[in-house]
Design a protein around this ligand. Structure first.
Ligand code: GLP
Length: 279
């Protein structure tokens, strides 16, 4: 009896994978029981590459994301530094985005976020940290964005890019309508993004109107991309990003054209995928 039960489960599992591999899922997708397990798996991949690059005496170029989603990855990386001696001395980081205008010391700034959740807990050299400048004077924005792009290219490109996803399908702050060819630039934030950020700013009216973001093309140039989504509130957009058609309306769908992207989900975020819809 027990044996039969086990056999039936295996068959069901294979069938679910069959649906995934038949092409419903256009981005390779890993589903974990919870966000901690998914985050630890990503942190392991990052640590592996940092160590490999260290052996080769090379820098490891990381593209970093903010929001609530990547916090557990950063926590695990900080733990690996403290308890396992993982060094970040050869890491050069580029953050995806920053609100504009915003003081880098403001609680809601991504500068403060990165220090709080990662940089204050690891040994990355300060000069290796790059974030879009939320205080750049208006007449210097274009120049700043251009040099941000050029610096990434001059270092050989991003080795691993971490991404979250907005409820409107944005990556970084590439809001709906962002072109596949977009580069680092100033962008107007959408209403849904401002609503989601409203809590952090004690009211939607205090959320900055703009942001500086790496473009879709800048993101797609990364050699490896891990995009994460956790929780039921992301399940609708996750389904569109993974199973839907590629559209400028949902910039995360452009990742379907990237040859080395993986989606890491918890079970709740994955719930609407066809593979979980089989009765
Ligand atoms: C912001 C960030 C994005 C992030 C998104 C989702 O808009 N600019 O990079 O992916 O929020 O945030 P959360 O992870 O909190 O859901």
């Amino acid at each position: 009896m027990e044996k039969e039960k086990k056999k039936a489960f295996v068959t069901e599992d294979i069938l679910k994978r069959d649906i995934a591999y038949r092409g419903m899922e256009k981005i390779p997708t890993e589903v974990y029981d919870d966000s901690k397990a998914a985050s630890v798996a990503i942190a392991n991949e990052i640590a592996k590459l940092i160590r490999q690059k260290e052996k080769e005496k090379k820098n490891c170029i990381l593209g970093l994301a903010t929001g609530s989603t990547p916090i557990k990855v950063y926590k695990e990386l900080a733990r690996m530094h403290k308890e396992e001696g993982l060094s970040f001395k050869n890491v050069i980081s580029f953050n995806l985005d920053e609100y504009y205008p915003i003081d880098s010391k403001a609680l809601q700034s991504y500068h403060v976020y990165m220090n709080t959740y990662l940089f204050d807990h690891i040994d990355i050299p300060k000069e290796n940290i790059n974030l879009p400048d939320g205080m750049a004077p208006q007449n210097k924005i274009e120049e700043f964005c251009k040099s941000y792009e050029e610096k990434i290219i001059s270092l050989g490109g991003i080795d691993i890019q971490l991404l979250g996803i907005g409820r409107d399908g944005h990556i970084g702050f590439n809001e709906p309508g962002s072109s596949k060819k977009s580069k680092t630039r100033l962008i107007h934030l959408d209403k849904i993004t401002k609503i989601d950020a409203g809590g952090d700013f004690f009211g939607i009216e205090n959320v900055p109107k703009y942001a500086l973001t790496m473009g879709v093309e800048s993101i797609l140039n990364a050699k490896r991309i891990f995009i994460m989504a956790y929780g039921e509130s992301k399940s609708r957009i996750v389904k569109k990003a993974i199973e839907g058609p590629i559209t400028q309306e949902i910039p995360s769908t452009f990742l379907q054209d990237h040859s080395n992207t993986s989606f890491y989900l918890d079970r709740a975020a994955a719930d609407l995928l066809v593979r979980f819809q089989c009765p």
